[in-house]
Design a protein around this ligand. Structure first.
Ligand code: GLU
Length: 491
């Protein structure tokens, strides 16, 4: 049996999208599961749609997601594209002679023909077909040219394209996800294979490369189903073995429209830049369309690989549920140690120009970890630890109490905190025990004491517990915040 080879061949027309990430991941998992190879290829033969910087961005995103490929381009430390080993180049614009040579083979075997029609003529034909409600296809005028006419046009340097001659009949494939797909060839246009600028079209370059790179399984988005007949015809014309195909369902917005920028971010880097962890994003994306049939949803890619079955991918569209992604990200954040969390949030703080003393930051990470959804949320959260957020005195008053009682409690609490042993401040449990002992000793109620204390320390209506906050701030800052709270009543 031949080695399983899958591939991810993005066109550098933009950034790596969530859908592209899923396609890459499913190709990766399929290859890894079967001990095969996962190849990256840049399909940049459409020079009109080329976006500068897109290749670098695609590769950077794959790197950030730790999606390693066996063959294909990579970036060096300076962010420039370099080739790996002697496998490349897997950048199509660097392989033009290969496509030309293959196009000539198709000309020789009469599977392809020269077309000299001008854009104006093609537009006219299209308009006539539209009016006559006929399928809009090239009318094959150039198939009637004699060899002498072709030679004469070539020697006059008339611009031309090469077209694939689509035979009559029907194309049938067994898609690994969708099962049997039948497409009538009558619906398929004589595809341009080589453009007048000397570049191949996607179809020719894609099939030639899939063959030369020994790709055994093509896993890609369902928008490519309509290209299957052209590809199958090319394989047949060359006499090559046809790979397996698996067309993935669309990714949808919550309203079941196609996932689009209008309803939220679609670029992988946007999610990473907001502080979604790569492993959480990967877990989430993997389960959009694939269910590992387990009673849990948290899986690393390594855990998913043995469970992954391309044939079990859903046929219907997968909804992108950002609430679920948030939940998953939170789950991954909870698994980090406070130190790990510090190093994860630090770049976000740096970018926002915020510097937090390392001890305080580690304490903040410890007590906020339970509530954190995205790493970038820390940028706003730390503000409340650096300075007291503005709040009204009324917020210090517990719902079953009044302003006079709140002030009294804060004054007495200040005395208690001031009297506490320094050793209590190293441990949240000791602080809790001390405050609780104080409440019991004075026969007070929890609400009357803990509510104003928590608000005085945090300045927020929702926050970590007062014991966690006392621990985060230490004695001096805690007392200063209590004094500040008392001043709110005077204001
Ligand atoms: N270059 C195509 C794209 O941008 C690849 C499609 C395929 O996988 O065949 O998605």
């Amino acid at each position: 049996m031949s080695l399983v080879v899958t591939r991810f061949p993005p066109s550098p027309t933009g950034y790596l999208h969530i859908g592209g990430l899923r396609t890459a991941l499913y190709n990766y998992m399929h290859a890894r599961k079967l001990g095969g190879k996962f190849v990256l290829r840049i399909e940049d033969t459409d020079r009109e749609r080329y976006v500068p910087g897109a290749v670098e961005s695609l590769i950077r995103s794959l790197d950030r997601m730790s999606l390693s490929y066996n063959e294909g381009p990579t970036l060096n430390a300076k962010g420039e594209i370099v080739e790996v080993g002697n496998h490349g180049p897997y950048i199509q614009s660097q392989r033009l002679p290969i496509y030309l040579e293959h196009a000539k083979m198709l000309l020789a075997s009469r599977h392809a023909y020269y077309c000299f029609c001008s854009k104006d003529r093609l537009d006219t034909v299209r308009k006539e077909q539209e009016l006559a409600k006929m399928p809009m296809k090239y009318d094959r005028a150039c198939t009637k040219l004699s060899q002498a006419e072709i030679e004469q046009k070539l020697s006059a340097s008339e611009p031309y394209v090469l077209r694939l001659k689509i035979p009559e009949g029907e194309t049938v494939i067994e898609d690994l996800i969708r099962g049997r797909i039948e497409i009538s060839n009558a619906e398929v246009d004589d595809q341009v294979l080589m453009k007048s600028d000397g570049y191949p079209t996607y179809h020719l370059a894609n099939v030639v490369d899939d063959h030369l790179m020994e790709v055994t399984c093509v896993i890609r988005g369902e928008e490519w189903i309509s290209s299957v007949p052209k590809h199958v015809m090319l394989y047949n014309a060359f006499g090559w073995k046809i790979p397996e195909f698996a067309h993935l369902p669309l990714i949808l917005n919550a309203d079941r429209s196609k996932l689009s920028k209008r309803q939220g971010d679609v670029a992988v880097e946007d999610y990473l830049d907001k502080g979604y962890l790569p492993e959480a994003l990967m877990n989430f994306v993997a389960l959009m369309g694939f269910n590992p049939s387990a009673d849990r949803e948290i899986f690393s890619v390594a855990e998913l690989i043995p469970l992954f079955e391309i044939s079990k991918v859903n046929k219907s569209g997968a909804v992108f549920n950002v609430e679920k992604l948030d939940w998953m990200n939170g789950q991954y954040i909870r698994t980090k140690s406070p130190k790990e969390l510090v190093s994860l949030v630090s770049p976000f703080l740096e970018r926002a120009g915020k510097s937090v003393e390392s001890g305080l930051l580690e304490r903040v990470c410890t007590i906020e970890q339970e509530r954190l959804v995205k790493l970038a949320d820390m940028v706003d959260l730390v503000d409340g630890y650096l300075t007291v957020p503005p709040y009204e005195a009324g917020m210090l008053v517990w719902k079953k109490s009044d302003a006079a009682d709140a002030q009294l409690q804060l004054k007495e609490l200040s005395l208690h905190i001031d009297s506490m042993d320094a050793s209590a401040f190293v441990d949240i449990a000791l602080l809790e025990a001390s405050v609780k002992e104080y409440i019991t000793r004075k026969s007070l109620s929890n609400g009357n004491v803990l509510w104003p204390l928590r608000v005085a320390l945090s300045g927020r209506s929702a926050s970590p517990s007062p014991y966690q906050l006392l621990w985060a701030f230490g004695r001096e800052e805690s007392l200063a915040r209590l004094r500040h709270a008392l001043n709110q009543f005077a204001a």
